[in-house]
Design a protein around this ligand. Sequence first.
Ligand code: RB5
Length: 141
Amino acid sequence: MSKKIIIGSDHGGFRLKNEIIKHIEKLGYEVSDLGCNSTESCDYPPIAKAVAKEVLETNCKGILVCGTGIGMSIAANRFDGIRASHCTDTFSARMTRMHNNSNILCLGERITGSGLALDIVDIWLKTEFEGGRHQKRIDMI
Ligand code: RB5
């Protein structure tokens, strides 16, 4: 996985997305923001689709933010090869990298405050997949 992150949000996740972009750029990540570009109401599925496709094509990780994180995770997980994880805590963020080799992190701006959200991002980005028996299980999906 490279130091490039593909990111997207709908209007419900727009503010948190911008905080995440600032945060991860400071950590040295290159960010590709596929929208949306304001808090004006928009639909989350096309953004989830664009990010999922880019993650699959580039083998980079992605981050999707909406109001709850749930719509984005449902939409992104429709794509074969995407393992999108909706996380509201740091333990899940760590475990979903170690055991599920999560390639998209989904967050909810209306659920998770930005302090915790940025911790979740940090842990999700730095935790490595364990492989082994977990790869075998992923292959069964
Ligand atoms: C938008 O109001 C909201 O439905 C969306 O951001 C997301 O939470 C959907 O799951």
